[in-house]
Ligand binder design. Sequence first.
Ligand code: MTE
Ligand code: MO
Length: 207
Amino acid sequence: MTPPVSRGFLGRRQPAATAGRLPPGQYETRDFPVLSAGPTPRTPLAVWDFTLRGADGRSARWTWDEFVALPRETITKDIHCVTKWSKFGTVWEGISVDTLLSEAAAKGVEPSPYVLARSDGGYTTNLPLADVTGGKAWVAFMYDGAPLAPEHGGPARLLVPHLYFWKSAKWVRELRLMESDAPGFWESLGYHNYGDPWREQRYAGDE
Ligand SMILES: Nc1nc2c(c(=O)[nH]1)N[C@H]1C(S)=C(S)[C@@H](COP(=O)(O)O)O[C@H]1N2
Ligand SMILES: [Mo]
């Protein structure tokens, strides 16, 4: 005989469904908190552009219409904020950094070992190129089937879900390739340079 499935039973199954998905020190939230270090910039799409700049200064640039016409991907990922919330199964649409790099290669933009993401409002964050290539990072402009809300980084934000969410720069406008690493906004204020949630790399000095 099949036992009846009660709400309570389904509720208690939830931890099993998400077992192994919560990095150390994190808790799950169903909300989508907003964390911004400053005011929300509002850049009209008519003037929005995106630049991928090589270390030698050569660059590729896309207008909004050109950008959203690039081959897009749907991405479903768990995200982890250093303030300890994690949100499971977030669904985005955007352009992979792999696609941007291969399009930019046609304009003579060559890879360099590090990247600095720059946003409207002045926010920056630094990443190794290896962490934004190989299907690990996107510039996302849709969330949950709708245009990305301004407070969550719209028109477009970087999405690097395998690192703490401060690496996912909201309102991103440029990826700058660099020969040497340079700390971004939070990285220069005492946060960890790399920020792997599974190794709990929250602050500078954490292993
Ligand atoms: N431009 C910009 N990007 C940013 C931030 C910011 O303050 N400015 N905050 C970061 C931090 S600390 C987190 S946790 C996430 C929060 O994204 P959310 O507001 O969509 O939840 O954005 C990251 N990207
Ligand atoms: Mo954060």
